[in-house]
Design a protein around this ligand. Structure first.
Ligand code: PEP
Ligand code: MG
Length: 617
């Protein structure tokens, strides 16, 4: 199917694509998948299906005393696998009927194998009798079943091979859930590979090296989930929520990820390939043009200065920030320092990391947000230290997360505050509290901070003078609506529109199915932003926007019109937003904001935003 023939929606896999690996001789027919555009740009390269390589399992023995716990671990991984497949099944409704008919039975077969099947019974027996780890048990049982299937007489060879491959495929899924390190092999990907996954956790995204991987697409995920945030931060062309993608991918085939339009093309036709190459070149030219804005001031056409800062998740983003011309870091998401490691980083490790960032900013301020664990941000080291349960609560977005967790585990909080204070002697830092909903949390956090200051003084540590300001994220409706009271207790606000929109609209930010409902232009969200901004301005508290809304130059006139003058965003968005700011006049923006805030219909608001002229600077 050619690119131009593709109707809106998704093209399912060809009939022969029942399993991930189709026969090599299958004719390459272009297929296109529509998803959510996450990070602009075009990637062309060999596909790498993340479920392809079996997790490396070395045979490991356990003791008889551990067998029961090992069996329980296997059960948890099976439950997790069933949950994932259940989600995939629910998403079939988004595929055309022929693809539903094709993939549905396959998912059912997988779900069946996760029941009391030979694979699962056999794996449990191997743990109990052979005293091996769950990984080894699953691997060995899948191998044994595969061999038995292939040796069964009286069946056609391709059918047997396919059934054996299905057993291995489901075993791989259980293994990935057992090891919980699904993408360790990222480092071995061929240069320029396009990563095509079922789902990308924020911790997986943190392992991606943008110098090696050309682009990313996944079947799951929403626009403002943390994996999406990471992909934008890395400046990688990316598409999420492309239903049907995983079932069709064959490692090694050519793939195009167009992060601007939200399409993924497998085995592109020569015409599609040529169009993608032209798009790639045009994007590179545009990036070079925007790069020239780096040294120009971020000020409106009528001379109002605006602070443009970068969000930082990983140290590897630092050069991008320097190139983008950002004036400091408005949000350092420290949770990424805690991910993908066995042990929690201690005070020295953290202090060194923060100091490195502060020094790299050469005097520009760095706002460090203390650990915001919760929701989709899984951190294995916290589970290993028994600080959080290994598997999340039924409703993790509303549970023990952000500042709540830190105030329960003050040892974790104190360690991080001590590290930030020590780094603060290298340059200006601010401390930001996540997921605040009550004044008591701010007061308690300040007390902990004062205690840590006293302890460091006793230890003879050098501390910054004055001490870093303590601010809060405004990212829940509760915090936004009580912003006037919070302004009395906190030194600054950072408005997190990602969670603010999620909690206001009751729409998960990383779930593809409800992505169309996730709308930061909903009047309820805008009114909360306005209320919080006005409270801060009245009380003369610095206020910024650090959610993804700040990164969209289409929203810049509205945000300026609401009185905001400080934005923090992924580094690659800074030049585009700066370009918009330089073209705008503050009084025009104020008029636009006034009109918008009188409206209650998101469509009318969108129309006002889209038709508002942003002149060329
Ligand atoms: C937000 O919620 O808008 C925010 C900036 O925080 P995070 O995206 O890390 O949840
Ligand atoms: Mg948030």
């Amino acid at each position: 199917m050619s690119r131009t023939e593709a109707p809106p929606g998704i093209h399912g896999p060809a009939p022969e694509a029942r399993v991930n690996r189709r026969p090599a001789a299958a004719p390459a027919v272009e297929r296109q998948f529509r998803g959510i555009p996450i990070s602009p740009g075009i990637a062309i390269g060999p596909a790498y299906g993340s479920s392809e390589p079996p997790a490396v399992v070395t045979r490991q023995k356990i003791t008889a005393a551990d067998a029961e716990a090992e069996g329980a671990r296997l059960d948890v991984a099976i439950a997790q696998s069933r949950k994932q497949l259940g989600k995939l099944r629910a998403r079939l409704a988004f595929l055309p009927e022929d693809s539903q008919a094709e993939i549905g039975p396959l998912i059912d077969a997988y779900l069946h194998m996760l029941g009391p099947s030979r694979l699962i019974r056999g794996a449990h027996r191997r743990i109990a009798e052979g005293l091996v780890t769950a990984e080894t048990a699953v691997n060995e049982e899948a191998d044994a079943i595969g061999v038995a299937i292939l040796a069964t007489p009286g069946d056609e060879g391709t059918g047997r091979r396919r059934r054996a491959e299905e057993v291995h495929e489901i075993a791989r899924r259980v293994l990935r859930n057992l090891t919980r390190q699904p993408f360790q092999s990222f480092a071995n990907l061929p240069q320029g590979a396009v990563l095509l996954a079922e789902e990308l956790r924020p911790a997986d995204a943190a392992l991606i090296d943008p110098a090696r991987i050309a682009g990313v697409a996944a079947a799951e995920g929403g626009r403002e989930g943390h994996a999406a945030v990471m992909l934008r931060a890395l400046g990688l062309p990316a598409v999420l929520g492309a239903a049907g993608l995983t079932e069709a991918v064959r490692t090694g085939q050519t793939a195009i990820v167009d992060g601007t339009t939200g399409t993924v093309t497998l085995d592109p036709s020569p015409a599609s390939l040529a169009a993608a190459r032209r798009g790639f070149a045009a994007f590179a030219r545009e990036r070079a043009r925007l790069g020239r804005l780096r040294r120009l001031a971020a000020e409106t056409a009528d001379g109002q200065g605006v602070e443009l800062q970068a969000n930082l998740e990983l140290p590897r983003e630092l050069p991008l920030i320097a190139n983008a011309g950002a004036a400091g870091i408005g949000l350092l998401r420290s949770e990424f320092l805690f991910m993908n490691r066995e042990k929690l980083p201690d005070e020295d490790v953290q202090a060194e990391y923060y100091r490195g960032v502060v020094e790299a900013m050469e005097g520009d301020p760095v706002t460090i947000r203390v650990l915001d664990w919760g929701g989709e941000k899984e951190i294995e080291a916290l589970a290993a230290a028994s600080i959080v349960p290994e598997f999340a609560d039924a409703n993790p977005a509303l549970g023990m997360r952000g500042i709540r967790l830190l105030l329960c585990h003050t040892e974790l909080f104190e360690t991080q505050l001590a590290a930030i204070l020590r780094a603060g002697v290298a340059g200006p830092v601010r401390i930001l509290l996540p997921m605040v909903t009550t004044l008591a949390e701010v007061r308690a956090a300040r007390e902990v901070l004062e205690r840590v200051v006293r302890r460091l003084r006793r230890r003879g540590e050098r501390l910054p003078e004055p001490l870093p300001p303590l601010g809060i994220m405004i990212e829940t409706p509760g915090a936004a609506l009580a912003a006037d009271a919070f302004a009395l207790e906190s030194d600054f606000f950072a408005i997190g529109t990602n969670d603010l929109a999620m909690y206001t609209l009751a729409v998960d930010r990383s779930t593809a199915e409800v992505a169309p409902l996730y709308d930061p232009l909903h009047p309820a969200v805008l009114r909360l932003v306005q209320f919080a901004t006005e409270a801060a301005l009245r009380m003369r508290r610095p206020v910024s926007v650090c959610g993804e809304m700040a990164a969209n130059p289409r929203f810049t006139p509205l945000l300026l019109g609401l009185g905001l003058r400080s934005f923090s965003m992924n580094a690659s968005a800074v030049p585009r937003v700066k370009q918009a700011i330089r073209a705008l006049r503050a009084d025009d923006c104020a008029r636009l904001a006034h009109h918008i805030m009188e409206r209650a219909d998101p469509e009318q608001i969108r129309a006002l935003i889209e038709t508002f002229p942003v002149p060329s600077p």
